[in-house]
Design a protein around this ligand. Structure first.
Ligand SMILES: [Zn+2]
Length: 311
């Protein structure tokens, strides 16, 4: 009996430790950029200004490099449309000395997320290509998968429940889409939702999820969704960022990726008001240009503007 109790206590201890790892019970404090001492062991996340689209470069403490989306134009604009992959993402990564990307992740198959990936894949060695497995997005997504195949890049899908340690202290937990299939209509609602955790710091990537997925996640995961930073869903569209979702994620900072004067009117004013109401600090690529987040796992800072881009 004593042995069973001991085993139970040890199990509970590990479960609690494990939970604490990705749900920061203690607050990760924001500090001003000038008060933040950069170290080799920082987690760095850079939201690149790719116009109307998403793109985030992640550099881990052990110098693994992840690219989550690469911006791009809608497929109906044709092949002559401006390519943020070629014009923004590739030059930026080269300026950072990148030659290999450990993970390239496409949140969902819409052109404003994967359009820039063609140039990226043609410019760097890609160790792993990851998507959500949804095939009914923009028709030219098949061309990207073909390129991944031709380049013999290992391909994987992330699904709800997948979680792994990328390296000591950097954990990735996936919340959406479910393994059993896509629950809701449309490519936006197929978006990958996953959290990257580094001790007390966490950031939630949600692609372009809309209200239906937000509700699904809030009902199922509740406090598990809590994150220090939220990549605001769907470029700040009114189709997303419900009050319930904001109250559940409880972000300190929200990042909106959108193009200056974009044709969709993103971000919508009522969405900005909602985040303001809950005292979430909003940063926008259309206003702030590139947005850099640095964390040592205990504290974090947010740097905007072009000054830092030249390092
Ligand atoms: Zn989008």
């Amino acid at each position: 009996m004593k042995k069973i109790i001991t085993i139970c206590l040890i199990t509970i201890f590990f479960v609690l430790c494990y939970k604490n790892f990705c749900i920061a019970e203690e607050k990760c404090l924001y500090v001003l950029p000038e008060e933040y001492n950069r170290t080799e062991k920082d987690l760095e996340i850079v939201f690149l200004n790719v116009g109307q689209g998403d793109c985030a470069f992640v550099l881990t403490p052990n110098k693994q490099k992840l690219l989550i989306d690469a911006g791009g134009s809608p497929y109906w604009m044709g092949e002559d449309a401006w390519d943020p992959g070629e014009n923004v993402v590739v030059p930026y990564l080269k300026s950072r000395g990148v030659t290999i990307l450990d993970y390239v992740i496409v949140s969902h198959p819409h052109g404003d997320h994967f359009g820039g990936m063609f140039s990226v894949i043609n410019s760097f060695k890609i160790k792993n290509f990851v998507d959500n497995g949804y095939l009914n997005g923009d028709p030219n997504y098949a061309d990207l998968l073909k390129l991944v195949d031709v380049k013999e890049i290992p391909y994987e899908q992330l699904k709800e429940g997948d979680e792994f340690e990328l390296e000591p202290q950097i954990k990735i937990k996936t919340f959406f889409p479910p393994k059993k299939g896509f629950l809701f209509e449309g490519a936006n609602n197929s978006s990958l939702v996953f959290k990257i955790c580094y001790n007390k710091f966490s950031i939630l990537f949600v692609g372009d999820i809309e209200l239906e997925v937000e509700q699904y996640l809030c009902s199922k995961y509740k406090n598990d969704l809590q994150s220090v930073v939220l990549k605001v869903p769907h470029h700040g569209s009114r189709t997303s960022s419900s009050v319930r979702f904001i109250k559940t994620v409880k972000p300190q900072v929200g990042i909106i990726c959108c193009g200056k004067n974009n044709m969709f009117g993103h971000p919508h004013n009522e969405v900005i008001s909602r985040y303001n109401k809950f005292k979430v600090d909003i940063y926008r690529t259309d206003v702030d240009d590139d947005i850099i987040i640095l964390s040592n796992g205990e504290i974090y800072t947010v740097i905007v503007g072009s000054d830092e881009n030249e390092d």
